[in-house]
Design a protein around this ligand. Sequence first.
Ligand code: GAP
Length: 513
Amino acid sequence: MANDDNFKKVISHAKEYGYVFQSSEIYDGLSAVYDYAQNGVELKNNIREYWWKAMVQMHDNIVGIDAAIFMHPTTWKASGHVDAFNDPLIDNKDSKKRYRADVLVEDYCLKIEVKINKEVAKAAKRFGDAFNKDEFLSTNGRVLGYQEKIDSVLKRLGQSLEKEDLADVKALIEELEIADPLTGSKNWTDVKQFNLMFGTKLGASAEHATDLYLRPETAQGIFVNFLNVQKTGRMKIPFGIAQTGKAFRNEIVARQFIFRMREFEQMEMQFFIKPGTQKEWFEYWKDARLKWHESLGLGSENYRFHDHEKLAHYADAATDIEFNFPFGFKELEGIHSRTDFDLKQHEEYSGKKLQYFDPEENESYTPYVLETSIGLDRMFLAVFSNALQEEDLENGTTRTVLKLPAVLAPTKAAIFPLVKKDGLPEIAKQIVEDLKWDFNITYDEKDAVGRRYRRQDAVGTPFCITVDHDTLDDNSVTIRHRDTMEQKRVKIEDLKALIKAEVEMKYWLQRMF
Ligand code: GAP
């Protein structure tokens, strides 16, 4: 299936099976704002819990907080967001469409990358088992030319953005003959900076209202609480503070479903360290976060690191963990070495000392910070799009199956009576009653069993359990596994342990530690 078709399928499946709805759909929706539906909210909660357990519960030196979305407006002056949280935008004069100038250039490079992938696929076919991809990439003249082009374009873009040379960004777009993706027009305006924060007001009357911002990242709620947590928790460096919560950005290029939203959720952790140790902690958290992703079994080949050429105003090193989304490799998580920028800025703007007394060194210093920051909605999209598969079956039919990691699946088991009589529904409902204390369980007695299996496959339920007439004699049921479709006969009393062995967080998290 072409990638575009694949992505459209993901979006329509998410709606049809109760995962994600367009916000305010009855009023034609609100662009780049989405609601999580009955199954979506369970998947989202499970991802959040999986992150929280790995980061907070499994680390004795990381604690969590839940800071407010509204913060004192000076926070955003100190953090640099008022002055520097901008996107470079460009308008097309003919179509009147607005684009992020850097994204236009990056998309241009992605198209060259597609050409490289085509060359690789062609050569792999030609050489068969003897094909060595790394050797091909480093020796094939055409591929090397493509790669050189990508590198030089991205380098120039990075340098122009760094120097705030927006005229050169426009010149680059014109030199590369980049056209409006919708209309093909190359009639561009100049590139301008646009601040992404949403403003709002606090106060009962217009004259006395204070201007506030909706937070564009959760991180600042952690920085302003650094001393409170350090003192009340008697935390010793190195230590971390973790938080999950909503963030808001007035994204201009708001495409790609829940990948880029105006209201979204972040899962962030700031790790406070001794100055000078940031390089080793950067490597540590790169490794730890990749292991977390890999523990979910979405395939190691679907992740890659992308080191930043252009560093944010607060960072001395930064990398993205990119995921292979239906529209290609894109940022899923950021790992940033933020130096002492934020604490120093808050010290200056608040006039309060935000330092740490190190008893081993017998000195006070401003800690450095290593940050891991992942978008919960992006993680949802990564998990969901990776799980959606169409399988050809041996009997010539196909099935749509959502192979979610069992630990994250909204419903762990569906219980069916084979028929709606002979006492079978009563036994099935009793199984629901017994299992619901431990797992999310659903009951279904409508339609033939085959159709009920298909419904649960599409919604991603790892187990289907059928009560039949033999159950009346042997107290056993048939349990069917979503991924293998294998069916086994098991005692009702063994069901809980059997399900637990596959869905328990401990079993999955152990893969990363
Ligand atoms: N505190 C650092 C920070 O906010 P960021 O790279 O701007 O860094 C971190 O954002 C993560 O938040 C991203 O890797 C992405 O997963 C997620 N994110 C950012 N903007 C988003 C948006 N508009 N919609 C959904 N997720 C977003």
